[in-house]
Design a protein. Structure first.
Length: 245
């Protein structure tokens, strides 16, 4: 399993500017409630279970990750959810189901994290939504001075990692490691980035991902009215069945 940390310090904070400040306090960007992240290009499955991140100072867009159409199973846009260990969740009247135990992940009981759900082009949610693979564009209202992403248990390469920063191509993938390994990627002066979560080649074992941490700090010249912007999150990737069969 691989876990990816992603923190954004604007959870519950207003976006009005305060005075300049020399430092910022980190706050979790992961919403502290379960639900589906409202993507800019996909309607959520249930409006009553939707999490709008615009008040948190960032937006998320799902991107196509399947570049190989020669397999029996092909993938479209993935969905993104906030989940927590110890609870069961149902989205879209059974279209996507998350069990109380997410096999292969290591998050603590009650810890909130982000998890992708791979959707096939025929509309089927792979493994009932538990194939945690996707590609997403994160865009922030304010430039972040530094973002650190922590990945846990990356066992295959080169798949999960950063594909783009601030609109410019920048491929930085995680190396394959032993079970339970931790790897980090740090980015400076970030207003947006594209991240690939999980194995996307459709061959062999699949790697899924869950997000629960990143650390980021805003530019030192600006802060927000109720606190400084910071980001922390963690993606947990787990080995899955074959992405394509």
């Amino acid at each position: 399993m691989r876990k990816f940390n992603f923190i954004a310090a604007i959870f519950g904070l207003g976006l009005g500017f305060a005075a300049a400040a020399p430092a910022a306090n980190a706050t979790s960007l992961i919403p502290q409630q379960e639900g589906e992240i409202q993507l800019t290009n996909l309607q959520s499955l249930d409006q009553n279970q939707t999490i709008d991140t615009s008040d948190l100072g960032f937006s998320v867009t799902s991107l196509l990750f399947d570049d190989d159409n020669s397999q029996n199973v092909n993938y479209g846009l993935s969905r993104l959810f906030v989940d927590a260990k110890g609870t069961e969740n149902d989205y879209g009247d059974g279209f996507i189901r998350f069990g109380a135990e997410d096999g292969g992940t290591t998050e603590g009981l009650g810890e909130f994290y982000l998890r992708a759900a791979a959707i096939q082009t025929d509309g089927v949610a792979s493994e009932g939504g538990e194939l945690e693979v996707g590609r997403f564009l994160f865009e922030f209202d304010q430039e972040l001075d530094k973002v650190t992403l922590d990945f846990f248990d990356s066992e295959s390469s080169p798949f999960s990692g950063i594909l783009e920063v601030n609109g410019q191509s920048m491929e930085e993938f995680l190396a394959a490691g032993e079970d339970g390994n931790t790897q980090s990627i740090s980015l400076n002066n970030v207003s947006s980035f594209v991240i690939q979560l999980g194995k996307d080649d459709g061959k062999g074992k699949g790697d899924g991902v869950t997000l629960s941490g990143i650390q980021s700090v805003p530019e030192p010249t600006t802060t927000f009215s109720l606190g400084a912007l910071a980001v922390a999150g963690m993606f947990g990737v787990k080995k899955r069945k074959q992405i394509k069969k």
